[in-house]
Design a binder for this molecule. Sequence first.
Ligand SMILES: [Zn+2]
Length: 274
Amino acid sequence: MRIKPYQPPVPLDELRGEAEWLCRKVAGRDLWGVPLYIRFQSELPTARGRHLHGCTGPNLDLLFRPHVGRRNWFGRGPAMLICDVAKADGLRKSAAPVYAAHPGDTDLTDRAVASLFRRAVLQTAVHELAHVANGTRPDPKRRAKPAEVEALAKWIDRVIRRPASGDVPDAPPFESHGGPWVRLALHFAHRARAAGVPLCPDRVAKCDQYGLSPTADYLAALGDEPDRLAGLGMNELAATRAPAAFSALWAGDWCRWHDRRNTKLAADAAGTSH
Ligand SMILES: [Zn+2]
């Protein structure tokens, strides 16, 4: 059987424009005049696996450079990869019973899939932007070596094929999604809603998946901060101190994980020392 070529539910150039507009709206003045590169998995010669929603990295712009084209390269800047294939496949799979029930009239289902796909892509873009604001972006004082870009390409290829967990033994599940990142992600979800793009905070920051307290608890601990600091650029926001309730919640989650890990290590050591 011939495998059908992948067709995104929404034209990718259109979606790239929307994602970039939203990121710039949410990031504020700190992205003014700064290039932002957004590429989709299906535009790159990466693997076709499904284990990555998206990623960013300090050298990702250099990896994208040959695919962006000379006319669209404006120098180094933050970059994000959005894995569109897995999102589209997942949505089409879940809509399969509806397509089967209405084989002659797929227009409505196509539109529903396109709308959910658009939302999922924008959620990932805002999620990745929180990593950029948290410091994952090119360092202007440092020249990246070609080997670092090659290593990044290999890492992406590998984690698209299988989950990244286990890359760093004993790393906490919240490794790159700790309190400071959660705070930025929740601010950005709030700003997106204010800009007319209602994203679910717990889809942008899936705290339970990172072994943290529920997203709703983090949101409550922020209080009215997202409104009060709505005018700050993303870097300025990252440099401010979180509300005490938020810091206490994050510290509690951090301590709980390390306590549990130390208890386990002590039990393992006791079990193997005799
Ligand atoms: Zn992330």
